[in-house]
Design a protein. Structure first.
Length: 562
């Protein structure tokens, strides 16, 4: 068989440790798809390129290794863009490959010819055209190195049709992989950070997704327990600090001033661990810009008036936390600092206890038997159905708001949300990728009816590829979050209501199983059965979103909206 650049490209992907490519083939990349037939790399044929990009994103988020999504040129490549942008804004490594017109017609107007490289440039860390067959090893190595180096993100490569099928020399081989090792913060940075921490009367820790990315949960817990100060996570960082830890406050990022925000109202110093500004606006936790910020991350912080960095610890997050913990112990032993049990609490005894109030709200929800089902009851039943290490993907919409603020999470990357781009439609296709990465865990896609229909065609992918899939559809026949925002700010809503298909019949038409919830006590058994199934299950659960405004009204009585 003639060895082509497509074979070399596949060899390079194997060298990078790629296990799966999600995509749809086209006329212009048939050599690449054919070369994958003789490779251990699994090609998962999807039903929409956008779904392929979401699958690659979730694979990358769970493994911290760039997965690959693939498409043909023109419209196929353009369809990849939403998941590519989502990966970059969510700091997730991803490689997007597409075909491109051959060099014989790239200089002129031609069928399906569009300059894709500049289209992808604003939503990637690097966007490039493969210029020659011989450049494949270098350009692929650079793509993976760029995507996986902090801050991780997406890379796009366009492969012209004539290059993909071009014959190459037998001695062309993939490049050796060089591993990038993070630096450590300097001793001076650590000491200055300790000075800020020990001078504060009411410090608090904000844990972001960067800490989850690095697997720094154990180091974070050790530091917090030594310091004796409470921790809130971002929505995107849920689980990096366990919500049932005595010093855990819960997640911050809701559109109103939620219980957890009270900890930041009182704080005069914030130790931000792996936090990135795209996760949510720092004005919500430091409105006056007067709290001292200790920024612990692999890279410097973005400039923002409400995020004034007093000290930056740039390097390995885990190592930075170890050095802070050791330095704090040293100062405590020298009598320069209080022992953990003597540290001042961030919240006064008479103030709001965020974790207790969230737990009380969830407990009340678990006992709520109304129908349509209360959102709090849905969250409580999902939490009861899933083990601590199981994974739920909460799609963007009202479902995200309820899950992000109320769903207790105990391990990193077990409650996945999009909080950089906050795009709809990622949860269902993303759940397929999560199940491929973590076949031993139960995986649930929780999405509103609007998000569900954006990628419901991937039910067929799950059936065909024999990937167990359980989808919980929160039904309200509308775009619930937009309606919530309209009612809250305008006093009325419009253009947010729609109709739905018969979800049970719809799931069955793809070869899956559909369940319609008719009473609150039917949800938990349906979840248990669906999560234990080897097939595809879609559960349609009508939800009482009148609770949306009731929640924001209750929170508004505590404080004004931010």
């Amino acid at each position: 068989m003639t060895r082509t650049a497509a074979h070399l490209l596949v060899d390079c992907l194997e060298q990078e440790g790629v296990e799966v490519v999600f995509g749809i083939p086209g006329e212009e990349n048939i050599h690449f798809v054919d070369a994958l037939r003789d490779s251990p790399i699994r090609y998962v044929l999807v039903r929409h390129e956008q779904a392929a990009s979401f699958m690659a994103e979730i694979w990358g988020r769970l493994t911290q290794r760039a997965a690959v999504c693939s498409a043909t040129l023109g419209p196929g490549a353009i369809n990849l863009q939403l998941g590519v942008a989502d990966a970059t804004t969510n700091s997730t490594p991803l490689i997007a490959l597409s075909a491109q017109v051959g060099r014989d017609r790239s200089y002129k107007e031609s069928h399906q010819g569009i300059d894709l490289v500049p289209m992808f440039a604003p939503i990637t860390k690097w966007s490039a055209l493969v210029p020659t067959p011989e450049s494949v090893p270098e350009i692929v190595r650079k793509a993976f190195k760029t995507a996986q180096t902090e801050r991780p993100g997406a890379v796009y490569l366009a492969v012209p049709e004539d290059i993909e099928g071009a014959e190459i020399a037998e001695d062309l081989r993939p490049l050796r992989i060089d591993r990038v090792r993070p630096n450590e913060p300097t001793d001076a940075q650590v000491e200055r950070a300790l000075d800020v921490l020990l001078a504060a009367e009411r410090p608090i820790v904000l844990a972001g997704h960067g800490a989850a990315r690095e697997g720094a949960q154990a180091q974070l817990i050790a530091f917090v327990e030594r310091a004796g100060i409470p921790v809130a996570s971002t929505f995107h960082g849920k689980g990096v600090f366990p919500d049932d830890h005595p010093l855990g406050l819960g997640a911050v990022g809701f559109m109103r001033h939620d219980y957890v925000n009270f900890g930041f109202d009182a704080a005069d110093a914030i130790v931000a661990v792996g936090y990135e500004l795209q996760e949510f606006d720092p004005v919500k936790i430091n409105p006056d810009g007067d709290a001292e910020i200790v920024h612990v991350h692999r890279f410097p912080a973005e400039v923002d008036a409400h995020y004034p960095v007093a000290v930056g610890l740039h390097g390995s997050i885990a190592r930075s936390l170890e050095l802070l913990t050791a330095g704090l112990a040293r100062r405590q032993e020298a009598g320069e600092a209080s022992a953990p049990n003597g540290a001042p609490p961030v919240l006064d005894a008479g103030s709001c206890d965020a974790s207790r109030m969230l737990a009380d709200e969830l407990e009340r929800g678990a006992a709520d038997d109304r129908f349509p089902v209360a959102p709090q009851r849905v969250v409580a039943d999902v939490r009861a159905a899933l083990d601590r290490e199981d994974v739920v993907l909460a799609d963007t919409g009202a479902v995200k708001m309820w899950m992000a603020r109320l769903y207790p999470t105990y391990a990193a990357n077990t409650c996945l949300l999009s909080n950089g781009l906050s795009t709809m439609g990622f949860a269902l296709p993303g759940a397929l990728a999560a199940k491929l990465v973590l076949p031993e865990r139960r995986v649930l896609a929780a999405c509103g009816d609007g998000a569900f229909l954006m990628h419901a065609q991937e039910l067929e992918t799950a059936v065909r590829e024999k990937i167990p899939l359980c989808v919980l559809v929160w039904e309200d026949d509308g775009y619930g979050l937009i309606e919530w925002k309209m009612e809250m700010e305008l006093g009325r809503s419009s253009s947010v209501r729609f109709g739905n298909p018969d979800v049970v019949a719809f799931a069955e038409s793809f070869g899956g199983r559909g369940v319609r919830i008719g009473a609150a006590d039917e949800l938990r058994p349906a979840l248990d059965e669906g999560l234990s199934s080897d097939g595809v299950t879609v559960i349609a659960c009508p939800v009482d979103y009148r609770e949306n405004l009731r929640l924001t009204d209750r929170l508004g009585e505590l404080t004004e909206a931010l």
